[in-house]
Ligand binder design. Structure first.
Ligand code: GDP
Length: 195
């Protein structure tokens, strides 16, 4: 079993220039409610860690955590608040794009996709945008426990295909049951050069 990631909240930033120097970084992105905070908590085996990212005033910021004392993870604001006024959306987009294009230490972007409902058009847009900008991304499907076991193979194939991947390229996790969390910890440590 992979040890939980030792995650410590460092700071919230409004732009990439405010983030600390780091050896390597992983970013986590997804639409709101996809299960991002639950997954960050599960990676660290902590109950409330990512709630810092959900506290008032922080949901729209770049929330930076130290990983195992050497590298960093950035929790990006959830996208897909259709109700947000255009100007607010434009500000988030500017901040996220500025971060993704400007962070030199960024190794991998984890794009979370809801395993129960599959990728939304916004998720596909995000994947296409990352590809167009030559950023390395991995798709992590969430909520494995919410899909009946008899339907999982088919769902995984469909989800992978909708993301332009083969099923083996999708990591499917459950923050509730712990499924796939160990494997994802291993992958994250590998990308961050922590082995
Ligand atoms: P965020 O907005 O992306 O940070 O999403 P949250 O982590 O707050 O999760 C959104 C909702 O999905 C909450 O009600 C969680 O309890 C639920 N959720 C998150 N991960 C899982 C999971 O692996 N399994 C199940 N059944 N529910 C989950």
């Amino acid at each position: 079993m992979a040890a939980p990631l030792d995650l410590r909240f460092l700071l919230s930033a409004t732009e990439v220039g405010q983030l600390p120097a780091t050896s390597a970084e992983v970013a986590v992105v997804g639409r709101s409610n996809v299960g991002k905070s639950s997954l960050v908590n599960a990676l660290a085996h902590r109950r409330n860690l990512a709630h810092v990212s959900k506290s008032p005033g922080r949901t729209q910021l770049l929330n930076c955590f130290e990983v195992d004392g050497r590298a960093t993870l950035v929790d990006l604001p959830g996208y897909g608040f259709a109700a947000a006024p255009g100007r607010v959306r434009a500000t988030w987009q500017g901040m996220i794009e500025g971060y993704l294009l400007g962070r030199e230490a960024l190794e991998v972007v984890l794009v979370l996709v809801d395993g129960e409902i599959g990728p939304t058009p916004l998720d596909v847009q995000m994947l296409d945008w990352l590809d167009a900008n030559d950023l390395t991304r991995r798709v992590v499907a969430t909520k494995h426990d919410k899909v009946r076991s008899t339907k999982r193979d088919k769902r995984k194939r469909e989800l992978a295909e909708a993301c332009g991947l083969s099923p083996g390229e999708v990591v499917w996790v459950s923050a509730v049951k712990g499924t796939g969390v160990d494997r994802l910890r291993d992958l994250v440590r590998g990308w961050l050069g922590l082995y």
